[in-house]
Write a protein that binds this ligand. Structure first.
Ligand code: AMP
Ligand code: GLY
Length: 419
């Protein structure tokens, strides 16, 4: 098969690596890709938001399957455009991608499905939202309704912070037309990844990430500074409850509405006293959670994504090694605030290259055979082991070999699970 992956981050590099492990993959294209993906695939300069241009490229290059990595093109309807053009594509329709794009929509689905989630109220007016916050008290959570690249959620520990968040979201910079105010849920957070073909569901793994930039989970939020799989808190019993009480009923509700979900559902769960509740849905793989899932699943990923796109998950089975994987993000100094682009990264030749040690590139560009950092999150140093500690040691051994003074990583990825 000729395959095209859309995206340019560590998530897409990990997907590309897994896909090329599968003998069904004859030729792999990535758009736009990065320096790491360029080593295993042909990078093409396509605008991933332009469904018509992607379809044209796909026909010209006899692409059999398109895998859409990030949420932007999904929410914009690129999967719909590709399928309408007769292409096989992995990823939900714009209507089903509302599960990530709109917090209010997800609450409606959970209500209809009876799925446990935070209590909430919706407001299209700042004054009413603020009156409600004053009446409820803190802690309380304020969410912008649309896709906001992780910036649309304020977990307020006091009332003034929550009130300021409302003003900010309705203010000129943000210009929200609706906010959702949620009950603060206490507990331990974990992510559950489930393939869905519109009708059938197949869980493919659990993970936890570290969102804060600093050691001990402190400092500003980021896209994720590291992750590990499995997530110990998502035991078999709790995973089963999450499937029975949250995932299956929500997927059935989406189908009942005539907007079946096809793709990977990334459920953020809050777990307390054995009860999982939904924090949020994303309609794509997590980044960097995907990197650890791909390490553990390997070549079968292509078969599973194909079965998802073809509506054949009832025949599918996911087999994963009874092992652990971890990924440590190396970021440019300054991230998530402002950082410099263009520093040179060295030391790749000193790294082991086998099925237990992988470097996935996130924000890199190759210039004259040198690897340059061109993003905030730049490399994802990923390793497997029989236990988390072994995986962690492997990953940090690799981090130590990377020669990049302008970069940094958190030294404590996995600490909660290792505690
Ligand atoms: P989201 O963008 O919806 O993932 O929210 C970002 C983060 O905010 C989540 O990963 C949680 O840590 C936190 N969060 C969101 N909603 C709630 C809630 N209702 N209660 C507690 N924490 C929340
Ligand atoms: N790592 C969090 C995310 O992908 O949204």
């Amino acid at each position: 098969m000729n395959i095209l992956i859309l995206g340019s981050g560590g998530r897409e590099h990990a997907l590309a690596w897994a896909v090329t492990q599968n003998p069904k993959c004859e030729k792999l294209f990535v758009a736009p890709g990065n320096a790491g993906m360029a080593l295993i695939a042909e990078c093409v300069d396509l605008d991933i938001m332009d469904g018509a241009a992607i379809a044209t490229f796909a026909f010209q290059n006899r692409i059999d399957f398109v895998i859409i990595g990030p949420e932007g093109p999904l929410a914009a309807g690129v999967a719909d455009q590709l399928r309408a053009a007769g292409l096989l594509a992995f990823g939900p329709s714009a209507a089903a991608a509302q599960l990530e794009a709109s917090k209010a929509f997800t609450h409606e689905i959970c209500d209809a499905a009876g799925a446990p989630a935070a209590g909430y109220a919706r407001f299209d007016d700042a004054k009413a939202a603020k009156d409600y916050i004053r009446a409820q008290g803190a802690p309380i959570v304020v969410k912008a309704d649309g896709l906001a690249a992780g910036k649309g959620v304020v977990v307020a520990m006091d009332v003034p912070t929550a009130l300021a968040a409302v003003d900010d979201m309705f203010g000129a910079g943000f210009a929200q037309t609706e906010v959702v105010i949620e009950e603060f849920m206490d507990g331990e957070e974990a992510s559950y990844f489930i393939l869905c073909d519109g009708e059938n569901v197949l869980p493919i793994g659990t993970a936890q990430d570290h969102k804060r930039v600093g050691e001990g989970d402190t400092g500003p939020n980021t896209g994720g500074m590291g992750a590990y799989s499995p997530a110990p808190v998502l035991s078999d019993a709790i995973s089963t409850r999450a499937m029975d009480e949250i995932i299956r009923p929500c997927m059935a509700e989406m189908a009942r509405r005539g907007t079946p979900f096809q793709g990977v559902l990334y459920a953020g769960l809050m777990i307390k006293d054995g009860q999982p509740r939904l924090v949020e849905y994303n309609v794509r793989f997590g980044d960097p959670e995907c990197q650890v899932l791909m390490m553990r699943l390997g070549a079968q990923v292509l078969d599973l994504l194909l079965q998802t796109a073809q509506g054949q998950l009832d025949k599918a089975q996911a087999n994963w090694a009874d092992d652990h994987a971890i990924t440590v993000v190396m970021a440019a100094q300054g991230y998530p605030r402002s950082y410099k682009k263009g520093s040179v990264i060295k030391g790749f030749e000193a790294l082991p290259e086998d099925s237990k040690n992988m470097v996935f590139h996130a924000g890199t560009t190759a210039v004259d055979r040198r690897i340059m950092a061109t993003g905030g999150r730049v490399l994802n140093i990923t390793a497997r082991g029989d236990n988390l500690n072994e995986a962690r040691e492997r990953a940090y051994d690799m981090v130590a070999k990377i020669d990049w003074p302008e970069g940094f990583s958190r030294p404590d990825i996995g600490w909660r699970a290792l505690k």
